[in-house]
Structures are given as structure tokens and as C-alpha cells.
Design a protein around this ligand. Structure first.
Ligand code: IPM
Ligand code: MN
Length: 358
């Protein structure tokens, strides 16, 4: 197993360390495990003068899977795109063709009280947001800031999706639903945007190949409302890059903390990048406060999707459930009477649960 480890910036380093700790606990000492660490983000600039050093891209390309932490610095948006630490991840996704982004929103029963919604709304929640990751307004050209004849500046970006881009993510959505509860909700803004009109048309066309899967459509504003009002109605929610970015943060809150949510980004060749949904959290970075569970669960997804080890992936999830049931909590999910721990103690607890056969 050849894994590229890209911890990146801020809490990315801390949480990735814990995920690797738990990975070693799962695989045991004699596993044929090759971990190759490479810098990205501000760490890339520091090491090689580039947020995405070519050597890092090559290491990622040559690996079977990539474990990513977080990249970015405060004030990121003011730095030109090519040198922007936070954009390094976007470039890597694009270069490796990681178009299918799985963001499960799963509520651990132990955390029902940590959700901002009432228990009866979120209890048993298990939804998969499938976000298209290499197209849309994130990458569409033309883009930029130019000066108008009036002397005033104008910023512009372009929403674009080709039929083939929509088709391939739609197929992933329907295939994923077949492994779950056979329901796909496609989220768009077809009432306003031509790009999304095409989105709806193509998803509907692809759905004819999957008569056993139920397809519904929602406009993104209504979808946001429904996520808050009755989230359990959803099984697989498929959407474009920008809407998926926003909806997955909203869905994260249903589960108590964004610190709990893992993700997997897959390419057509099944190469995968695994990362927590959260960012670098500069306000708590370097203080052993971050919740490493999202990163640990991302590593679990890696075992499932990239290495076809469902048994070991289940062990990781069971171990996380056990430490939650035992009352271990980082600050973001703390509850009265819990055992509040730091990042490394949480990683130790999960690794110990694995060792004790959770
Ligand atoms: C995410 C992040 C990224 C995105 C940022 C850091 C570029 O918010 O993975 O959701 O917008 O895709
Ligand atoms: Mn985001």
C-alpha cells in the first residue's frame, strides 16, 4: 500500500498524524505500508516556493491513494491564485481528475445532542452528498477581475458543465444509490441557470438506465431548506461543485460538528484522495485542540474505496463509535460529563479501541 501523505497547513498536520497512527494500529506492524509525505499549501511554499510543488503532484500521482489534511492560510483570498495555499488542493483535484467527491453526513447516535437540530429531526441520519469536484464555476473560463471603461473594476466567473461531465457524475450517483436506499436527489438551479437546465436534462436521461433508483430534483434553495427541515428524506444527493460545497457544510452541522465529517474524492481510474471536510482552523492550530475524527474516518474511507478492505474500514468506524460511547470528546463536540481530550489523546483512544478489538 503506497500512500501519499499531504498534511498541509494548520490543523491538517495534527489530524493527519492521528489518522496515520490509527492506520498503523489497523494494519499492524508487518503491513506492507509505504507512506510518502509531501508538502502542500503554505508548507509547499516554504519547502519549494510553490503551494503545489511539482514533486508533490508526482508523489500523489504515483501513490495508490492520498491522505490529505488541509491547506490554506488566513487571508488566502488576497493572494494571487497560482501562489495561493488554499488553491493547491483545487489544482491537485483537477490535475488528478478527482471528479467524484463523496461527503457522507452520518450521525453517530452518541452525538445526537451535539447537533444544532432537534434529536427527532436528525436521529438515524445517513445521507451521502455527491459533489462534482472538477467543473462548475470553480474552474470555468473566462474568469478574472478587469477594469470597465468607467474605470470601475468588475469580477467575473463562469459556470460551465459539459454533458459528459454531468453524465459521469450522474452514473456515480445512481451506482452509489444502488448500494444504499436507491434514492437520488439531484440539486440544481434549473429555473435560473442554463448550465443547470442542462444538468437536470442529462441527469434525467442517465436515470433511465437505472429504473430501480428513484430520482427527484430540487432547486438548491429548496434543498438547503429541506436539509434543515427534514434531512432524513435524503439518501444520495448529487450536485455540482459550488452547490455541493455549500450544502455539505450545512449537512455537516446536522451531525454535530464539521470535525466529524470525512470525504473521498475519486477519479475514473479509482485513484482516491481522502480528506476531512473541515479546513485548517488557524484559530486552534498547533494547540492539540482539533478533532481528528474526520481525518480518521477519511482514512477509513481510503481502506474501503482504494484498498478494498471493507473489514478494516468497519473496524475504524467501530473504534470511533466506541470512543464516543466511552465519552471521549474534543472541544467541538463536548457535552456535560464527557471526557474532554485533545487531538492526540483522541487518536490514542481510537488506536487503543482498535487494538482491543473494537
Ligand atoms: C472544501 C473546501 C475547498 C472548496 C476550499 C478550501 C478551496 O471548502 O473542500 O469544501 O471550496 O472546495
Ligand atoms: Mn467547503
Amino acid at each position: 500500500m503506497k500512500i501519499a501523505v499531504l498534511p498541509g497547513d494548520g490543523i491538517g498536520k495534527e489530524v493527519t498524524t492521528e489518522a496515520v497512527k490509527v492506520l498503523r494500529a489497523v494494519l499492524g506492524q508487518d503491513a506492507a505500508l509505504e507512506l510518502i509525505e509531501a508538502p502542500i499549501g503554505a508548507a509547499g511554499i516554504e519547502a519549494a516556493g510553490d503551494p503545489l510543488p511539482p514533486a508533490t503532484t508526482e508523489i500523489a500521482r504515483a501513490a495508490d491513494a492520498i491522505l490529505f489534511g488541509a491547506a490554506g492560510v488566513p487571508g488566502d483570498e488576497t493572494i494571487p491564485y497560482a501562489m495561493r495555499p488554499g488553491a493547491s488542493l483545487l489544482r491537485l483535484r483537477k490535475e488528478l481528475g478527482l471528479f467524484a467527491n463523496f461527503r457522507p453526513a452520518f450521525l453517530f447516535p452518541e452525538l445526537v445532542g451535539a447537533s444544532s437540530l432537534k434529536p427527532e429531526i436528525v436521529e438515524g441520519l445517513d445521507l451521502m452528498i455527491l459533489r462534482e469536484l472538477t467543473g462548475d464555476i470553480y474552474f470555468g473560463e473566462p474568469r478574472g477581475i478587469h477594469t470597465l471603461p468607467s474605470g470601475e473594476r468588475e469580477g467575473y466567473n463562469t459556470m460551465r458543465y459539459s454533458e459528459s461531465e454531468i453524465e459521469r457524475i450522474a452514473h456515480v450517483a445512481f451506482r452509489t444509490a444502488r448500494q444504499r436506499r436507491r434514492k437520488v436527489c439531484s440539486v440544481d438551479k434549473a429555473n435560473v441557470l442554463e448550465t443547470m437546465q442542462l444538468w437536470r436534462e442529462v441527469v434525467t436521461r442517465v436515470s433511465r438506465e437505472y429504473p430501480d433508483v428513484e430520482l427527484t430534483h430540487l432547486f438548491v434553495d429548496a434543498a438547503a431548506m429541506m436539509l434543515m427541515r427534514a434531512p432524513k428524506q435524503f439518501d444520495v444527493m448529487v450536485t455540482g461543485n459550488i452547490f455541493g460545497d455549500i450544502l455539505s457544510d450545512a449537512a455537516a452541522m446536522l451531525t454535530g460538528s464539521i470535525g466529524m465529517l470525512p470525504s473521498a474524492s475519486l477519479a475514473l481510474d479509482q485513484k482516491g484522495l481522502y480528506e476531512p471536510v473541515h479546513g485548517t482552523a488557524p484559530d486552534i492550530a498547533g494547540r492539540n485542540l482539533a478533532n481528528p475524527i474526520a481525518s480518521i474516518l477519511s482514512m477509513g474511507m481510503m481502506l474501503r474505496y482504494s484498498f478494498n478492505q471493507p473489514g478494516n474500514a468497519d473496524r475504524v468506524e467501530r473504534a470511533v463509535r466506541k470512543v464516543l460511547a466511552d465519552g471521549y470528546r474534543t472541544g467541538d463536540i463536548a457535552q456535560p460529563g464527557c471526557k474532554q481530550v485533545g487531538t492526540s489523546e483522541m487518536g490514542d483512544a481510537v488506536a487503543a479501541a482498535i487494538a482491543s478489538g473494537a
